[in-house]
Ligand binder design. Structure first.
Ligand SMILES: Cc1cc2nc3c(=O)[nH]c(=O)nc-3n(C[C@H](O)[C@H](O)[C@H](O)COP(=O)(O)OP(=O)(O)OC[C@H]3O[C@@H](n4cnc5c(N)ncnc54)[C@H](O)[C@@H]3O)c2cc1C
Length: 407
């Protein structure tokens, strides 16, 4: 039988979440993943409390994983260690769950829910007029009522669907590796916000040490495309600089693998069309404030599955509308903010404010930790609403004065 209710292209968190939720609800689902079972994904492996909430919603148990209870932010000589808040609608803990294991676990859950898995299977959308009808995989054809592009940072699938990132909007890149450290079992994420490149230019982004609890720490650095000198940024060099910076405090061993970099898409030209939707990175759902994408992948995957189960015909448009309501203004504010901190001076003084007092550090924590839900309650929500208005008014100036060139 070559027809499914839903065909998912890509077996990362977004694809697996779609499949788990849809298959549990009785839909027939197939996932095509071009890599083999147990593939790795270049990632910081950090899960915020919000991502843990999404995993709970999917029925994924957190038993035995390395829990994280807060974030240490470092800017120059200032360091603040803050616990994730208790009493919010999200769990009071996050986690570091290495992607090789997390993704395999999610794929197994999808399979147990009834989804049919195909590894080593690169899928290409097929069309009937402008409607996506299914996929072709190595010369074989499969049809579906809905094709879900969960194919990660845009490539061939996005080009065919017209869902590539908007070229005039910010995006990110990041690099990571693993190191051994006696501090591997700490329960705090660490983010160094005042990084500089080898020329001394401030990085709009951060370096991280995310302890995995298995003898290793995920060490990495990410940067936004709006920073000065972005095009000539040497990520490998930056990674080495950051390792040197943390080496003594963390007593790090040599790199356990060659540092690898990947893109962080933060927009997409469209996220649905006749017969298809895009979820997760394929839909450009990454938070510019912290580079987090796993939560959005899980949430968007679950959402399209629920909407499909309710009504397959209206699901794509409804999905686009709800994703827009839930995430668009927050992510847009983040992108505008990234123009602002692309200016070294603004970044320096901004950092001073962001971690300078306990109150501001708490707000920064809520933003960095993605603890603001769609209704944006609390102090951080209010600040963001005001920032959204101010940054919207300043948008043309921010774009036209974007930091460029070398430092
Ligand atoms: C260095 C770095 C650090 C990061 N750190 C964090 C972090 O700490 N926390 C966090 O939340 N987010 C982080 N992110 C972002 C996070 O990794 C992504 O948002 C997340 O992986 C998106 O999941 P996804 O399922 O959408 O895509 P992916 O995980 O990329 O999965 C897409 C899958 O689709 C498959 N595929 C692609 N094309 C096809 C095709 N044609 N046919 C079949 N299969 C196909 C790929 O092989 C892949 O397995 C980081 C990103 C980077 C680059």
């Amino acid at each position: 039988m070559n027809h499914f209710d839903i065909i998912v292209i890509g077996g990362g968190p977004a694809g697996a979440a779609t499949a788990i939720e849809a298959a549990k609800g009785g839909a027939s689902v197939a996932i095509f993943e071009k890599a083999s079972y147990g593939r790795d994904k270049v990632c910081g492996d950090g899960l915020t409390p919000r991502a843990m909430g999404a995993l709970n919603d999917l029925g994924i148990s957190a038993t035995g994983i390395h829990k994280i209870f807060g974030l240490r932010m470092i800017a120059g000589k200032t360091r603040r260690e803050l616990q994730w808040p208790t009493g919010s609608k999200f769990p009071s803990y996050g986690a570091v769950w290495v992607r090789k294991k997390l993704d395999a676990h999610l794929i197994e859950a999808a399979s147990q829910a009834g989804a049919v898995m195909h590894f080593n299977s690169e899928a290409i959308p097929t069309f009937d007029g402008d409607r996506v009808r299914g996929v072709s995989v190595g010369g074989e054809y499969w049809t579906a009522d809905l094709v879900v592009a969960a194919s990660g940072a845009p490539g061939k699938v996005a080009r065919m669907l017209g869902s590539e990132r908007k070229t005039n909007e910010p995006y990110g890149i990041a690099i990571r590796t693993y190191v051994e450290s006696p501090r591997h079992d700490e329960n705090y994420l660490e983010a160094s916000l005042a990084m500089r490149d080898s020329q001394g230019t401030p990085i709009s982004g951060y370096g991280w040490m995310f302890p995995a609890g298995d003898g290793t720490v995920n060490l990495g650095v990410g940067a936004l495309s709006t920073m000065r000198g972005f095009k000539s940024l040497n990520l490998n060099r930056l990674c080495d600089l950051y390792r040197d910076h943390v080496s003594e405090e963390w007593n790090v061993g040599p790199y356990l693998e060659k540092p690898r970099a990947w893109r962080l898409p933060m927009t997409s030209q469209k996220r649905c069309g006749p017969g298809w939707v895009a979820v997760g990175d394929a839909a450009g759902l990454i938070n510019p404030m912290n580079g987090e994408g796993i939560d959005y992948s899980l949430e968007s995957g679950m959402l399209i599955a629920q909407l499909f189960l309710e009504n397959p015909v209206t699901a794509p448009e409804k999905y686009d509308q709800i994703i827009g309501e839930r995430f668009d203004s927050f992510l847009r504010t983040g992108r505008r903010f990234s123009y602002l901190i692309g200016h070294p001076l603004v970044l320096r003084s901004g950092l001073r404010v962001a971690v300078g007092s306990q109150t501001m550090a708490n707000l920064t924590l809520q933003v960095m930790g993605n603890l603001i839900d769609s209704d944006m309650p609390g102090g951080a929500g209010k600040v963001l609403r005001v920032a959204d208005k101010l940054l919207a008014a300043a948008d043309p100036i921010l774009r036209s004065t974007q930091a460029k060139g070398k430092s």
